[in-house]
Design a protein around this ligand. Structure first.
Ligand code: ATP
Length: 550
C-alpha cells in the first residue's frame, strides 16, 4: 500500500513540476520530492516483496505440515480407496501453487485493487469526463474476462488432476520396477506415464491459452483507454476545458492504472490455479482419519500378556464387497501361541487387521483384556501390540532405523539380544557399516528372509503384550525357521502370540489352532485333536502343510 501511495503521488508532483516550469518558479523542491518518492517507492517495494514471499513460503509450509500430519492419520479404509502417488502430488505439487495464490493472487488482489480504487478516485478529481471514457473501456474488458476466467479454472483443475494421475502411475511403476522389467511391460507403462504427462500438458496449455487471452484483453483495454483518453483529452485541451498539465497528469494515471489492472487480472488468473489446488488439498483433508492423539508409551517389560476374544464378528471391506467374516468367534487366553490356519482368502489376515483397528467390524465385538477395542484409546491399544505383516515391509533407511521404528528407546543391550534371537547378528557382523547400513527402497538390499527377520526383530523390540505374526517365517530357510520357531515359543511363554501359519512345523507346537474357512471359524483345538476331528484340517495337514514341512 505504501508503494502504491508513493506511486500515486508521483503524477501530482509531476504536474506541480510542469506548472512550476510553466510559471518560471524554482523546481528544486518538486525535484527533491520526486526523487524522494521514487527512492521510497523502490525501497518499500523491495521490502514488501520479500515479506510477501516469506509469508507465501510460510503458507506452503503450513499446508504441507497440515497435510502430512493428516495423511499419516488416514484411516486404512481411506488409503485403500486412494492412490498414494496422487496423495503425494497433493502434498508436493498442489501446495506449491498456494505460494502464487498468496503472493500474486491474494496480495495482488488486495494492493492492486486498492491502488486501482485510489487511482480512479484521483482520476475523478483530475477530470471526471476522461474517467468516464476510461471506465467504459475497462468495463468492456471486464465482461470479456468474465467469460474467460471459469475456463482457466477448469483447465487448471484438470491439469493438477493429471499431475496426480502421473504421480500415481509413477508410484505404481517404481514400486514394482523389477516386476515391470521382468514382465517386459516397460513400453505399456511408458505409454500410461506419457499419457498422464501429456494430459497435464494439454490442460496446462489450455489454461495458458485462456490466461494469455485474459492478459492480452487487459493490455488491449489499457491501450484503447490510453488512445481514447489522448483523443478525447486532446479535444478538451483544444476547447480549453482542461489544461495540458491536467491531460498529462490524467495520462500518467492511465499509465499507472495499467499496473494495478494487470495485477488484479494476474491475481484472478493465478487464483484459478490456486483454487484448483486448494480444492484438491481440501479433498485430501476430507478423507476419513483417525482422531489425533499422542503416541502412547510402550508397555513395561513386566506388563501382563493380553487376552483376546472375537464374538460373532461380521465384517466386509466395503459395502459393495462380500462379507469376509461371517460371525467369527474365538477366544485366546493370555500367554501361549495360537495359530490360524485355513485356505487362502479365509480371512486370517483380516483378523489381525481388525485387532489393530485398521478396520472396524460391522457387528459383533472384539475384546482385548475383556475390554471392547472401541473403548481403548487407539495409540494405547496399538502400543500393546507387535505386528509383523504378511509381506514384512522394511522401510528405506538404515537397519537401525528399521529395528527401532517401533521402539526408538530400545537400549543397545536389548537390540543385541533381539538381533541374536532373530539370527540377524551374523548379517550385522558381515556388513561393513553394521546397523548403519542402508537397506534401500523397501529393503531391496536385503534378502526376503532377512527382511522377515528384521520385521520380527522390530516387533520383538516393542516387548508387546500381544504379538501378531502373519506368515512371518514363510521365506526362511529350515535352519533359520527352526531357530525362530524356538524364539517365538520362548516369547509365547511371557506374551500372547497369534500366528497365521502355513507350515505344519509352526502349527504342531502351537497351544491351540483356529481353523478358518470362508470367513468362519470351523474348529479350534490342538494339532492332535484337529487331525482326528476336522476333515479340512486333516486334509491341509496331509497336503499343503506336510509338503513344506521338514
Ligand atoms: N483391503 C482389502 N479390500 C478389499 N478386500 C480385501 C482387502 N484385503 C483382503 N480382502 C479380501 O478379503 C478376503 C480375506 O482376505 P485375508 O487376507 O484375510 O485372507 P487370508 O486368509 O489371510 O488369505 P491368505 O492365506 O491368502 O493370506 C480375501 O477374499 C481378500 O480378497
Amino acid at each position: 500500500m505504501v508503494t502504491g501511495a508513493t506511486g500515486l503521488l508521483l503524477p501530482l508532483v509531476a504536474r506541480g513540476l510542469i506548472e512550476d516550469l510553466a510559471e518560471d518558479r524554482a523546481i528544486t523542491g518538486a525535484l527533491l520530492a520526486l526523487s524522494g518518492l521514487v527512492i521510497a517507492n523502490a525501497a518499500v517495494g523491495a521490502l514488501g516483496s520479500y515479506v510477501l514471499r516469506r509469508t507465501a513460503e510460510s503458507v506452503v509450509l503450513g499446508a504441507r505440515r497440515a497435510l502430512s500430519s493428516y495423511l499419516l492419520r488416514l484411516r486404512i479404509t481411506a488409503v485403500d480407496r486412494s492412490e498414494p502417488g496422487d496423495l503425494m502430488a497433493r502434498i508436493t505439487s498442489d501446495t506449491t501453487l498456494l505460494r502464487e495464490v498468496t503472493t500474486d493472487s491474494l496480495v495482488g488482489l488486495g494492493t492492486g485493487g486498492l491502488t486501482l480504487v485510489a487511482t480512479v478516485v484521483l482520476m475523478a478529481v483530475v477530470d471526471p469526463v476522461l474517467l468516464g471514457v476510461t471506465l467504459a473501456v475497462i468495463l468492456g474488458a471486464g465482461t470479456v474476462l468474465g467469460v474467460i476466467v471459469p475456463r482457466i479454472n477448469r483447465a487448471s483443475r484438470q491439469a493438477q488432476d493429471a499431475v496426480g494421475v502421473m504421480g500415481a502411475s509413477l508410484e505404481r511403476v517404481l514400486g514394482a520396477l523389477r516386476t515391470v522389467k521382468a514382465s517386459g511391460a516397460e513400453d505399456r507403462e511408458e505409454r500410461a506415464l506419457h499419457a498422464a504427462a501429456e494430459e497435464s500438458w494439454r490442460q496446462s496449455v489450455r489454461a495458458a491459452k485462456w490466461s494469455a487471452a485474459a492478459g492480452n484483453t487487459a493490455g488491449l483495454a489499457m491501450q484503447t483507454a490510453f488512445i481514447t483518453v489522448l483523443a478525447v483529452g486532446g479535444a478538451r485541451v483544444a476547447t480549453g476545458a482542461i489544461s495540458i498539465a491536467t491531460l498529462v497528469a490524467f495520462l500518467l494515471y492511465v499509465f499507472y492504472l495499467m499496473s494495478p489492472i494487470q495485477q488484479v487480472i494476474g491475481a484472478v488468473i493465478q487464483y484459478q490455479a490456486g483454487s484448483a489446488a486448494l480444492s484438491r488439498i481440501q479433498e485430501a483433508l476430507g478423507l476419513p482419519a483417525e482422531p489425533a492423539a499422542r503416541t502412547a508409551p510402550l508397555p513395561s517389560s513386566a506388563a501382563e500378556p493380553a487376552s483376546l476374544a472375537f464374538s460373532d464378528v461380521r465384517f466386509r471391506y466395503a459395502e459393495d464387497l462380500p462379507y469376509v467374516h461371517h460371525g467369527v468367534t474365538f477366544e485366546v487366553p493370555a500367554r501361549g501361541m495360537t495359530a490360524f490356519v485355513g485356505p487362502s482368502g479365509a480371512g486370517k489376515t483380516t483378523v489381525f487387521s481388525l485387532i489393530e483397528r485398521f478396520y472396524d467390524p460391522e457387528s459383533g465385538t472384539i475384546t482385548l483384556d475383556g475390554r471392547a477395542l472401541t473403548d481403548w484409546e487407539l495409540p494405547r491399544l496399538r502400543s500393546a501390540i507387535g505386528y509383523v505383516e504378511q509381506d514384512a515391509p522394511v522401510l528405506s533407511g538404515t537397519l537401525r532405523d528399521n529395528l527401532l521404528l517401533g521402539n526408538p528407546e530400545a537400549d543397545d543391550e536389548t537390540v543385541r539380544r533381539v538381533l541374536k534371537t532373530t539370527r540377524l547378528d551374523d548379517l550385522v557382523g558381515r556388513l561393513p557399516q553394521g546397523l548403519d547400513t542402508l537397506v534401500g527402497h523397501r529393503g531391496t538390499k536385503l534378502s526376503g528372509g532377512e527382511r522377515q527377520r528384521v520385521a520380527i526383530a522390530r516387533a520383538l523390540l516393542r516387548s508387546p503384550r500381544l504379538l501378531l505374526l502373519d506368515e512371518a517365517t514363510s521365506q526362511l530357510d529350515a535352519v533359520n525357521e527352526a531357530a525362530l520357531r524356538d524364539t517365538v515359543a520362548d516369547v509365547a511363554r511371557t506374551t500372547t502370540v497369534l500366528c497365521v501359519a502355513h507350515r505344519l512345523s509352526t502349527v504342531t507346537s502351537a497351544d491351540r489352532i483356529v481353523v478358518m474357512d470362508a470367513g468362519r471359524v470351523r474348529a479350534v483345538g490342538t494339532h492332535r485333536e484337529l487331525v482326528a476331528a476336522d476333515p479340512l484340517y486333516a486334509e491341509l495337514a496331509a497336503t499343503q502343510f506336510l509338503a513344506t514341512a521338514e
